[in-house]
Design a binder for this molecule. Structure first.
Ligand SMILES: [Fe+2]
Length: 179
């Protein structure tokens, strides 16, 4: 059964857009305009993961069902399991350091993180069921390591390392003679 990622993803997007507009005061009349501003503040590598690599995986999947494991590995294990998890944990760390308390923002990020854990677990189970070979697991590990660095200075090296360690332990659970 596929996760109901659509509606959940849409509500997470609305939440983060509202934080961008009303808390971070990112300029722009609408979501697209604010994204144009935010895009200039992050590394091109981060933008490429979501705006090039992910659509390319989705296109391959539409053409050829064989691309399912690769697409699930990229989306649930790498983008959600490494990149978004590291970013959301960094956001919680930042909230801890602010003098102003923002309980609504914290609660929202915690709810998104809870949802992400479910998606990541789903993706890991699906990738495990696909019985990947050693090369494919190695490629997913390398992709996760590179993706963790895509935040640049926005995520501390410690938080990025933590995300990679969790990624590695999920991959270890795939039962491939690799680690
Ligand atoms: Fe998710």
């Amino acid at each position: 059964m596929l996760p109901r990622a659509g509606p959940r993803r849409a509500s997470a997007r609305r939440f983060f857009d509202r934080v961008a507009a009303e808390v971070a005061a990112v300029p722009g009349a609408d979501t697209a305009a604010r994204q144009d501003v935010l895009r200039t503040l992050v590394s091109p590598d981060l933008v490429a993961l979501f705006e090039e690599r992910l659509p390319a995986a989705a296109r391959r999947l539409a053409e050829d069902r064989e691309g399912l494991t690769a697409a699930v590995g990229l989306y649930h294990m790498v983008l959600e399991g490494v990149v978004l998890l590291a970013g959301q944990n960094a956001m919680l760390d930042t909230l801890d350091r602010l003098s102003a308390r923002l309980p609504g923002v914290r609660r929202g990020v915690e709810l998104v993180l809870r949802d992400e854990r479910w998606h990541i677990g789903f993706g890991t189970r699906l990738v495990r069921a696909a019985g990947l070979g050693r090369d494919e697991v190695e490629a997913l590990l390398a992709l996760g390591q590179a993706a963790a660095r895509a935040w640049g200075a926005l995520v501390s090296p410690g938080a990025a390392d933590r995300a990679v360690r969790m990624h590695r332990s999920r991959l270890r659970a795939l039962d491939v003679k690799f680690f």
